[in-house]
Design a protein around this ligand. Structure first.
Ligand code: LER
Ligand code: MN
Length: 274
């Protein structure tokens, strides 16, 4: 089972849902000590490939994915901004992160940089711009033989696509290639009627999971029922990463330890399910 923990180096996201906010060296060491197989990186901009490869080698860790949200939290960029210059800058930033991740064999994630519709921009227009960007992102990712990860977010973070099934239908209707969906269990707890049913419906498009409880604390510290989720992921043959994008509460080390405990339960549940 591939497991990851989030490591954030973006000062503007210090209060965000990331477990570790240490230097890369310390963060990698803590991720390894906690028992994860990979780290998911949230950096201000593309990092040094040489430095990350060296850290991977030293600590024996994979890179699960790289986030692109710094383009939003630092520069206010989004792929659906009414200003074409800002949309172009947003896509350039996303492409730079796809190339950064790609050189490490890791996919990039589109979350908050998808933006939202409103004002002079209709939903149809915003989704058309988003599809055009995802086409370019998918082609870029394909050069590195990695997917590009699109994340439906809850209604308080975007008004474009909030549910996994809508994401799957949209990818298919737009014939988007190389794009997979991120099932963030925190967003799904808000938006889905039935998390397990949604995972099964979107099955073949699910390429990454943010492993968070209902309150975005470590799994086990909220009220999400893990059993049906384990069953659904087993049913769709999910074999990618379970990545803890959660608040570092009550403290980072406890959040990491609780996640590892929940991942152990998850894997025992999966083994015991038909
Ligand atoms: C934001 O809520 C989120 O889930 C991230 O993965 C995307 O920036
Ligand atoms: Mn997420």
């Amino acid at each position: 089972m591939r497991t990851a923990v989030t490591l954030c180096r973006v000062p503007e996201a210090a209060a965000g849902p990331f477990v570790f906010h240490d230097s890369l060296d310390v963060g990698f060491a803590k991720a390894k000590a906690a028992g994860f197989s990979e780290v998911e990186l949230f950096l201000p901009a593309p990092g040094s490939i040489e430095e990350i490869l060296k850290l991977q080698d030293t600590h024996g860790l994979g890179i699960a994915a790289v986030g692109t949200g710094a383009g939003m939290v630092r520069q206010g960029l989004s792929l659906t901004d009414p200003d074409p210059e800002k949309r172009r800058a947003a896509l350039n930033f996303v492409i730079s992160m796809i190339e950064f991740g790609g050189k490490l064999g890791a996919p990039a994630i589109l979350g908050s940089m998808q933006g939202r519709w409103g004002g002079d921009v209709s939903r149809e227009q915003a989704l058309q711009w988003l599809a055009e960007s995802l086409r370019v992102a998918g082609e870029t990712a394909a050069n590195y033989e990695v997917p590009f990860i699109y994340e439906p977010l809850n209604r308080y973070e975007t008004n474009l696509i909030n549910r996994l099934g809508d994401g799957a239908d949209w990818i298919e209707s737009e014939s988007l290639h190389q794009i997979v969906l991120l099932a963030d269990l925190f967003h799904m707890n808000i938006e889905e009627a039935d998390i397990a049913a949604a995972l099964i419906h979107a099955g073949r498009h699910v390429g990454h999971v943010h492993f968070a409880d209902s309150n975005r604390h470590a799994m086990g510290l909220g009220h999400t029922d893990l059993r049906p989720i384990a069953g659904a992921l087993k049913q769709i043959g999910y074999n990618q990463c379970l990545s803890a994008e959660i608040f570092p509460l009550p403290d980072p080390d406890t959040a990491a330890r609780k996640t590892i405990e929940a991942l152990t339960t998850f894997s025992q549940l999966s083994l015991s399910l038909p």
